[in-house]
Design a protein around this ligand. Sequence first.
Ligand code: KIV
Ligand code: ZN
Length: 518
Amino acid sequence: MPAAPADRVFIFDTTLRDGEQSPGASMNTAEKLEIARQLVRLGVDVIEAGFPISSPGDFESVRRIAGEVGDAATVCALSRAVPADIERAAEALEGAKRPRIHTGIGVSESHLRDKLKISRDEALERGVAAVKLARSFVEDVEFYAEDAGRAEPEFLYRMIEAAIAAGATVVNIPDTTGYAYPEVFGELIGGLMENVRGIEDVTVSVHCHNDLGMATANSLAGVKAGARQIECTINGLGERAGNTAMEEVVMALKMRPDVFGVTSGINTREFVRASRLVSSITGILVQPNKAIVGANAFAHSSGIHQDGVLKQRSTYEIIDPEEVGAGGSSIVLTARSGRAALRHRLAELGYVMEDDEFEHIHQAFLDLADKKKEVYDEDLEALVGEAERMIGEVFHLEQVHVSCGEPGIPTATVELIDRDGESFIDSSHGNGPVDAVYNAINRIVREPNDLTEFSVQSITRGIDAVGEVTIRIKSEDGRTFTGRGAHPDIVVSSAKAYVNALNRLLVAAERPQLPAEV
Ligand code: KIV
Ligand code: ZN
């Protein structure tokens, strides 16, 4: 891979290698392949797929990922500065279109004296030999100077210069123990840029750990000082306190071009999907207040913030949640929420009401919110149970009958009664029983809408459980209405939910002065 242009930062993902070193995060080959596919969707430049000598499973994962990724990304394998490691890495990468061997050795006094028990000169010799051997297998060789964050800068310069002379194409400056802080780490990278011969011909990489919570800040300081590759993981997964979180560094570069002036090639809309995938595969949950991908990253709870966000999102949000694949901002209803937030949520649920009705609900909401931390949609449904009566039913589902099977054409007949007591019966077929029922209802109600959500949940236990269907429909003018229906037969639940949503839509259409939903 040629060195990064001045305005571009390469993103090197190590979720499958350093991330997997996180206690409890081990993944099998199929799971790693699934994550690798998501990394390709994200558009990462390099996937560090594993440490092949460490186990047959790791070797196999690297081999399979190398074979599958093609030229969508560089596939990298880790090794120590040990010939057997490098040979095994090369073997695992044989099927890769863009292979890279990542090799290196410790450079801090602590690593040389206490771990490797070798002199600086010996480390230098081993590092150079490792790069040369790796270069005999592949064109692209990354050299890491382990624990560079605690190394003596003059020795680090010598080591990096020797690695470049030996053929390294990328030089990695890890803050292995998360000891650095931004100013010092930036100076370390700046020092390398100024003092190392040949540095302008290679890509300088930063690999920061989060022991002091500064991995993201340190990586960005490295970029400001000239680094053009960031090593990171999804959700900041990694050894101990983890690695730099990809979503954080990438969004920082994207949101602050005035500060960094560089771009990554990442499709940020894939972040939430990637985060959820890694979390569900590893079983390691993401803290709710985690930047970018946490459940609360775009949730607003206080009345002051909610009021601001409902008027103009940017008053309290610097990132559009859609930009990271988070859907939208959410308003969390608590005792601190104001009227605007409650009205907004009710409208989203399809409840349209006059001011006096709303005041009644607001009072009940405040009483409940004092007793509960958070007021959920189900609570609102219960609170406005009587609103259902206020709204009144435009149509009532009197009966529904379906026939389906294989072979057979799913067919439904429904009877609706309107509020004047008139009965309407119609039939239709569909792709399945629910589709047939909805088509039959549409033939009677004739109110254009799109079904945007359909979910079924069992609300009691056992084979005879009552199934609750929740649906959302969108009217022609873009408003959303929720409908719910519960019955042991989920086709009946579905019909009830649809008629319920249609009733809300029809009542809203009769009350144009009421607030539009978003
Ligand atoms: O943290 C570290 O130093 C590493 C190296 C192996 C790159 O993970
Ligand atoms: Zn690391």
